[in-house]
Design a protein around this ligand. Structure first.
Ligand SMILES: [Mn+2]
Length: 325
């Protein structure tokens, strides 16, 4: 290798994964459920790579892609039909997927594992469910890790792959705004631009996609913004009826937006989801706060700066605030 890696991945494991890929007849690529730009960026870049080496493959995401990722080349090849698991795969590659449950197809993957099918896990969450785990939990995105891997594999990174990987970086750094923005993510982004990545399209697709109904839903979130001064937590709620009345589910990005607030240690968006379930998304505002640790306490997970959990209940107004019943 005559280049410097951007991540702390184990080069030996990357070579072992390369051998598994070369030996495999048919490879299944899996991203995480409720896909974002990082997992889809990685899936589409891997599709391009497997194509380039004439490998047979399929790509799977448990949920359909958000429309704002459809511009990524090969995104149409990612299916969400579980019947794909009836095909005979002899290798699975999971991308940006913290654990098997987060894939949305835990049972299906466990069945493949039981049949002896190996999983290569490529991730920036602390995870180790694969036969080979290429993980750097300090990396700002899985896309950064995949870039290093592709270079070790001596892949030709074309402009479509560069766009896919840059999309992953932009999403996980919140368009170069959060603390994942560092010399590595910026340096790599510059390299990807040199390789022809289309920054303008990605940025526009990611951040200028709101509808009027969507922004009106956001106005409810902002109107209800509260601060608990004792805990120094800012929070707001989205009720199930808000979604119904607004006629849109555009809540994506709300948690990140609330973390723009300067006057709190952390921010929370508390959202009623189907069947009496509540999703709490947290963002650390203060550098010292570790929201992943708090999320784990409630059976959830995530990163130090961004994490969440789901609990049973409904939201009820109580005086000026809200409580979960
Ligand atoms: Mn990610």
């Amino acid at each position: 290798m005559n280049f410097e890696l951007k991540t702390k991945i184990n080069g030996q494991l990357v070579k072992e994964a390369d051998k598994l890929i070369k030996d495999a007849q048919k490879i299944l690529l899996v991203g995480h459920k409720n896909p974002d730009g990082d997992t889809i960026g990685c899936l589409t870049a891997m599709v391009a790579y497997l194509k380039s080496i004439n490998k047979s493959y399929a790509a799977f995401s448990a949920n359909e892609l958000p429309v704002n990722l459809e511009y990524l080349k090969h995104s149409q090849e990612i299916g969400s039909d579980k019947n794909i698991f009836n095909h005979s795969f002899d290798l699975v590659i999971c991308l940006d997927t913290a654990d098997l449950k987060y894939s949305g197809v835990e049972n299906e993957l466990n069945r493949l594992k039981a049949r002896g099918v190996k999983i290569v896990n490529i991730d920036h969450h602390p995870s180790n469910y694969g036969a080979i785990n290429i993980v750097d939990d300090q990396a700002s995105s899985t896309s950064v890790i995949l870039y290093d891997i592709l270079r070790i594999w001596q892949a030709v990174i074309n402009k479509d792959m560069a766009t896919s990987l840059l999309a992953g970086i932009l999403v996980d750094t919140m368009n170069f705004m959060n603390s994942a923005t560092n010399d590595k993510s910026l340096g790599l982004s510059a390299e990807l631009l040199q390789r022809g990545a289309k920054f303008n399209i990605i940025s526009r697709q990611l951040y200028q996609t709101k509808t009027q109904d969507g922004l009106k839903l956001w106005s409810r979130l902002l109107k209800r913004l509260k601060k608990n001064d004792t805990l120094n937590i800012a929070y707001s709620v989205i009720l199930a009826e808000d979604i119904g009345e607004a006629g849109t589910e555009e809540t994506e990005g709300m948690s990140n937006f609330l973390s723009n607030l300067a006057e709190a240690r952390l921010s929370m968006v508390i959202k009623e989801i189907k069947d009496g379930e509540i999703r709490v998304s947290m963002r650390a505002i203060d550098e010292q706060v570790d929201v992943a640790e708090m999320a784990r306490h409630f059976g959830g997970g995530g990163h130090k700066k961004a994490a969440g959990f789901t609990i049973k209940g409904r939201l009820e107004q109580e005086g000026e605030g809200w409580r979960i019943v």
